[in-house]
Design a protein around this ligand. Structure first.
Ligand code: ADP
Ligand code: MG
Length: 387
């Protein structure tokens, strides 16, 4: 998608010329799944698939949103309106949350605007289209109204938008990855302290292939909130003997020693994943630094297995993609990414095997699931910005 096409679409939609064009990336996560809201570590990277936005100021106080990916009209609301949107206007909440929280802090956002958005990132695919649009709105308002707000604060507002406008009790990973992304690097982030380190994704003769399940209509949000609650309940039980705030503070041995306190099978499994996944993430980033890609791959596979058996968020589509990937030549590792149930998986594949890989995994998936998976080779890019 180029700038000219986007500006033309804006003009067709709003009947006047657009002013500025922005891009906000989606993200992958190499390892560290469902660890962010458990105070653990994650290892995501921003990708070249994302959401474009064309901005034009208005003299009145209306916000007019149009998405080139949604069948429907312009969604219009007053800039002071902070009510949660429903039904076919629901997607406006991702923008409305950001507008609301920024206006709480900055009273110079005093006029409305038109915004045309268009994504080349499939929505609801575990590649974080939602954080991409939140961070798009954040950077547009920061730039256009000269707000003295830092990127990490925008990420936090995005998380609050998911929690309070969308009703998903998610952590900070998605927003952090979209807005703090750096070309050719992954971000090793401690979600407890928000300390982070950029690490070059030095994969040598290997590349990351993204595989989208294309599974329609998942009920992932309520299951996600269940997992958050189950982990929280497990922490409360461990706190009888341990001075901790989150599962991410525990190593495997300490967790094992005190796990007798969690007298519920489901909570025990959820907590075991949160702890072991965080430890795997620490070891995986060390393996990456040491150049031990085979070890990185094994840890990625183990992540999927833990997400399957202990966290129970995979489902047959994601399992099919991971298991088919593991059988292919030249594959270091593969796992589901994102919330789970549907969405996407990644595989680290030898570049020379990539085409064979897509064909064979694609065939197995179609045979077993009945429709096609999509394969993407995305580049690792910088965070949300004006283009
Ligand atoms: P993910 O973040 O993994 O893509 P989510 O369920 O968190 O999945 O977010 C998907 C939702 O975000 C969609 O249901 C829609 O409301 C909104 N969304 C994403 N991309 C777009 C878009 N291009 N246009 C309008 N709404 C979008
Ligand atoms: Mg999302």
């Amino acid at each position: 998608m180029n700038k000219e096409e986007l500006l033309t679409e804006y003009e067709k939609t709003f009947g006047e010329k657009g002013q500025d064009v922005f891009f906000s990336p989606g993200r992958i996560n190499v390892i560290g799944e469902h660890t962010d809201y458990n105070g653990g570590h994650v290892f995501p990277a921003a990708i070249s698939l994302g959401v474009y936005g064309v901005y034009g100021p208005r003299e009145d106080k209306k916000v007019c949103l149009f998405s080139g990916n949604v069948d429907g009209d312009i969604v219009e609301f007053d800039i002071d309106d902070t009510t949660v949107e429903k039904d076919d206007r629901f997607w406006a909440n991702y923008f409305k949350g950001m507008i609301t929280y920024l206006r709480e802090k900055y009273d110079n956002i005093n006029h409305g605007f038109n915004l045309y958005i268009k994504a080349n990132l499939p929505s609801g695919s575990g590649l974080s289209s939602s954080a991409a649009i939140e961070m798009l709105m954040g950077i547009i308002l920061k730039d256009e109204f000269n707000l003295d707000v830092d990127r990490i604060s925008l990420a936090k507002m995005g998380q609050r938008t998911e929690n309070e406008f969308v009703g998903l009790n998610s952590g900070i990973m998605d927003q952090f990855a979209c807005i703090m992304g750096k070309k050719d690097s992954a971000i090793f982030l401690d979600c407890n302290t928000l300390k982070y380190e950029y690490m070059p994704l030095a994969l040598g003769e290997y590349e990351i292939i993204i595989m989208a399940t294309n599974k329609p209509h998942t009920l992932a949000d309520s299951a996600y909130n269940d997992r958050v609650r189950e982990c929280h309940d497990a922490v409360k039980k461990l706190q009888q003997k341990l001075d901790i705030k989150a599962l991410g503070e525990l190593d495997n041995d300490t967790f094992d020693e005190y796990s007798y306190l969690i007298n519920d099978e489901t909570e025990l499994k959820r907590a075991r994943h949160a702890v072991s996944e965080n430890q795997r993430t620490l070891r995986a980033t060390k393996a990456m630094k040491d150049g031990d890609l085979e070890k990185l791959g094994r840890l990625i596979d183990a992540s999927h297995v833990s997400l399957h058996y202990d966290y129970e968020v995979t489902g047959k589509e994601l399992d099919t993609l991971a298991e088919a990937s593991w059988k292919q030549p030249g594959v270091l590792g593969a796992r589901m990414i994102g919330g789970g149930f549907g969405g996407s998986a990644i595989a680290i594949v030898k570049k020379s095997e990539a085409e064979n890989f897509k064909k064979h995994v694609g065939d197995i998936y179609r045979d077993k699931i009945g429709y096609d998976a999509s394969f993407y080779d995305a580049e690792i890019v910088d965070g949300t910005k004006r283009i």
